[in-house]
Design a protein around this ligand. Structure first.
Ligand SMILES: Nc1ncnc2c1ncn2[C@@H]1O[C@H](COP(=O)(O)OP(=O)(O)OP(=O)(O)O)[C@@H](O)[C@H]1O
Ligand SMILES: [Mg+2]
Length: 247
């Protein structure tokens, strides 16, 4: 394990509930979730459609607020922060990778990678950025715009963007969902390397057993509750696990 991974908790949720709507239309998307994510670990969150995976990720990342319960991110009780402080904390300490890449179409690959730092008014750590560019293998595509890149290349740019600020945690929602299996595997390998080589903490929502198998830990949600939490098995083991939990 990476030298920086001392087992410190980076994100924790305490008895988090999230209720959408009211009355007849009420949906309990999360129903008393308590979970913690130690530094330098790669966690996959799985579960059927509608089980609350994205809702949990959004609440852990400070993109949404719990109806009750609390979240501590990198030592900060984020449920108590105002909108502005929360935005700054996300910008400075959280990296995001989305299924649909979310790159800015008018910017080049390099500009997209450093964009979060530019917005924060921070000077990029040049050596780190160059290392990331090589790690994700985008050195010869840096002046290309997203429309001139394949899906796999765009997602590799968003991996570098997510890591650029050396965030406390990276949240990824279905990062391989729009990729063919080869490009998906490349992106997963990159995420794995960032954990092994840089001690990055990653929380990844996925439906893909092969993606979950590359993680250290698999958390399964069902009806807004954690129904399994254990070390990640191999791909076959993830299929077996999902089957034993009723899909
Ligand atoms: N903004 C919203 N308003 C009302 N209900 C919502 C909202 N967002 C999510 N839900 C409901 O909350 C539940 C959990 O949704 P969530 O998006 O977290 O599921 P998920 O596990 O990410 O599913 P998927 O695998 O399909 O992405 C679902 O029943 C969903 O319909
Ligand atoms: Mg989802």
């Amino acid at each position: 394990m990476h030298a920086g991974a001392a087992g410190r908790t980076i994100v924790e949720a305490h008895d988090v509930t999230r209720v959408y709507g009211a009355g007849e239309a009420e949906v309990r998307a999360l129903d008393g979730v308590s979970v913690s994510f130690p530094e330098g670990r790669f966690t996959a969150i799985m579960g059927p459609s509608g089980s609350g995976k994205s809702t949990l990720m959004h609440i852990l990342a400070g993109l949404d607020r719990p109806t009750s319960g609390s979240v501590v991110l990198d030592g900060v009780a984020i449920s108590q922060l105002g909108d502005r402080a929360l935005t700054e904390l996300r910008r400075d300490r959280v990296g995001f990778i989305f299924q649909s890449f979310n790159l800015l179409p008018v910017l080049t690959a390099r500009e997209n990678i450093v964009l979060p730092l530019s917005i924060a008014g921070r000077e990029p750590d040049a050596e780190w950025i160059e290392r990331l560019i090589d790690t994700v293998g985008m050195r010869d595509r840096l002046t290309h715009r997203p429309a001139e890149l394949s899906g796999g290349q765009q997602q590799r740019v968003s991996v570098a963007r997510a890591l650029a600020s050396r965030p406390a945690v990276v949240f990824a929602d279905e990062p391989t969902g729009n990729l063919d299996s080869k490009s998906g595997h490349d992106v997963l390998t990159l995420l794995r390397r960032s954990v092994d080589e840089f001690g990055q903490t990653i929380v990844m929502v996925t439906h893909d057993a092969a993606a979950a198998a590359i993680a250290d830990r698999v958390l399964v949600l069902r009806d807004g509750r954690v129904v399994h939490d254990g070390d990640a098995p191999d791909t076959e083991g993830v299929y077996e696990l999902m089957k034993s939990l009723g899909g």
